[in-house]
Design a protein around this ligand. Sequence first.
Ligand code: UGA
Length: 435
Amino acid sequence: MRITMIGSGYVGLVSGACFADFGHDVVCVDLDDKKIAALGRGEIPIFEPGLDRLVADNVAAGRLRFTTQLAPAVADAQVVFIAVGTPSRRGDGHADLSYVHAAAADIARALSGFTVVVTKSTVPVGTGDEVERIIAETNPDADVAVVSNPEFLREGAAIEDFKRPDRIVIGLEDERARELMTEVYRPLYLNQAPLLFTGRRTAELIKYAGNAFLAMKITFINEIADLCEKTGANVQEVARGIGLDKRIGSKFLNAGPGYGGSCFPKDTLALVKTGQDHESPLRLIEATVAVNDQRKRAMGRRVIAALGGSVRGKTIGVLGLTFKPNTDDMREAPSIAIIQALQDAGARIKAYDPEGMGMARTLIEGIDYASDAYDAAAGAHCLVLITEWNQFRSLDMKRLKATMAAPNFVDLRNVYRRRELEAAGFAYHSIGRSG
Ligand code: UGA
């Protein structure tokens, strides 16, 4: 199959490289010539485990190319994926579709012969209709089937998620697309991943409903964690106890500092807006958004409380800045709100993150960076573990404590056991585990 991917960001790059690895002939297009030049040299602009190797292997095999020239890449393709960004629109929280609309018009001008145009970007329900309209308006002779094929990969596990998905969702209105889309995903289909064909609007909504449900599940266990603290229960045991019920499921029940990232915050907000637009309010999702926002800020207050009510003039060592491990992505990371709250209260911040410090420098002002976890602890009155990178899971507590100004440890990911840390001489605070 000849596939063209418009947009070489997270989703476009991972999907393009994986499709090439399936044996398809893939061209990734991006307007950013610096990015394309870097990719051509084998430099990957994001941190994603295994992606550099996957790109290099497929470039070497001649199945994967990068270009800024959209027109020839589209003219040659049987299937064109739109994988451009859909950020939150400033001011109102709606998804900003300007990149999707611009891509649709650019594609329309370059089409030649029957082509399947697929939105892979996360787009509000009805966007496929709009893409179809833009293409017809820009090029009345175009022969296209517009399909919705949302992506469910997680940062940090993107390749694994792409290659071993729970399901592949394909929303179409034109039956001619069914065969080509089946061909695109044949290697996964042969691996038993169910291909779920739906209407286009349904597929678009599946993506948002899925992310909103997961965000709600995390927010639910976070509120239960607060109740556990007040009542002397243990949230990890509650999560295990309810998660073993197959109707609930054990995943995404880890209590923490609130969800962040480039997807859940933006997608929950956009879904709320869609609900409001259609006079079909999504009250559970509205509450999820509000509770999660409050939670991130509350985590800062929790650290202040752990230090007896004041952090003025004190140094807080922060372990982990990214919104989750195995990524360099800081977007909507809980660390941003937590650090802000601590700085506002007069604390000095010394932070370490294995991959996130580059992006952190552009987002958070006035913090010092450490060279590793032990350096972050030196002179600190408290260590706060915000992101559960593997390298923070087996720290030498005696070594940490030896250089700290006071032995306080706030574990926002429940990585450690109270017994261990108290035995090492720390005052230990975690999430939803009072005992
Ligand atoms: C999420 C979804 O999991 C993917 O299926 C989806 O494709 C993606 O959004 C997207 O829309 O593109 P991602 O944002 O990469 O993926 O990361 P997650 O692993 O879902 O984590 C999101 C946030 O929830 C993180 O801040 C994480 O720490 C938090 N989380 C997750 C918890 O606090 N507890 C949990 O049990 C799980």
